[in-house]
Design a protein around this ligand. Structure first.
Ligand code: 3SL
Length: 243
């Protein structure tokens, strides 16, 4: 196994495809996806374009669908939900497909959708991702942060580091052996420094601060938890993730 970490979709190579690609958007798209699938959602279907989401979801039975739209951290008018994982209760999502478009996270998933194995990771489901990787042992693994509109984000890189750190710890292989690029050592160092205060790190993150201005502290607290959901969101067809 060789792990490559890319901080944003824009930094991800366009001329290669790994055996396994993992999108990370801790605040909050991949945390929401993991929560919906863990709570009994039938699937999550991701879109970068809001109009395309509306057109495709229109063909789905109305009582079996939920539409989530987020832009700039807020809920898009006319949609059932924004992008808060805390809204995705079992009562609401069981048996339903969530059609979702967010500013950065859904773009990251679309960027890697051609890989043979595509996963969505957050801190809350980190151990399920790591267990899968250790069992499957893909030759090359890309972990792609969503960032914010093309820029680095602390929360996605710390999650990538949490995944790589756990693999190093569980296998005993060195960072040099497992790391395919310099970003891996950097992300592991970030996680090692902040692993006991991830919520504190989110307060330093520009998107964490944006969400705090939108009064989403409870979302930050929820998304900063590690290994609390046993769920593996995996792409079954382009753009459609199931557990
Ligand atoms: O950028 C994204 O895809 C979102 O996760 C942003 S937000 O946390 O919903 O504001």
């Amino acid at each position: 196994m060789k792990i490559f970490i890319y901080h944003t979709p824009e930094l991800t190579p366009t001329d290669q495809i790994p055996e396994c690609a993992i999108a990370v958007d801790v605040l909050r798209a991949t945390s929401t996806i993991a929560t919906v699938l863990s709570a009994g959602g039938e699937a999550v279907q991701v879109f970068s374009d809001l109009n395309q989401l509306l057109a495709v979801s229109e063909k789905w039975p109305a009582n079996k669908r939920l539409r989530a739209g987020e832009r700039g951290g807020g809920k898009v008018e006319g949609f059932d939900l924004g992008n808060s994982p805390l809204d995705c209760t079992s009562d609401l999502v069981t048996g339903k497909r969530l059609f979702i478009s967010t500013t950065n996270g859904t773009r990251a998933l679309q960027r890697i959708e051609k890989a043979p194995i595509v996963l969505a990771a957050a801190l809350i489901n980190r151990s399920s991702i790591v267990d899968f990787l250790l069992a499957k042992k893909p030759e090359t693994i890309w972990i792609v942060g969503s960032g914010w509109e093309g820029s680095f984000s602390l929360e996605d890189t710390v999650c990538a580091g949490a995944i790589a750190h756990s693999i190093v710890e569980k296998t005993g292989v060195s960072i040099a052996e497992i790391g395919g690029n310099d970003e891996v050592a950097g992300a592991i160092a970030l996680y090692s420094q902040w692993q006991n205060d991830l919520l504190g790190l989110f307060h330093h993150a520009s998107h964490g601060q944006r969400l705090l201005r939108l009064e989403c502290l409870e979302d930050l607290k929820y998304c900063s938890q590690t290994d609390v959901l046993n769920v593996l969101p995996m792409q079954h067809e382009p753009g459609v993730l199931k557990s």
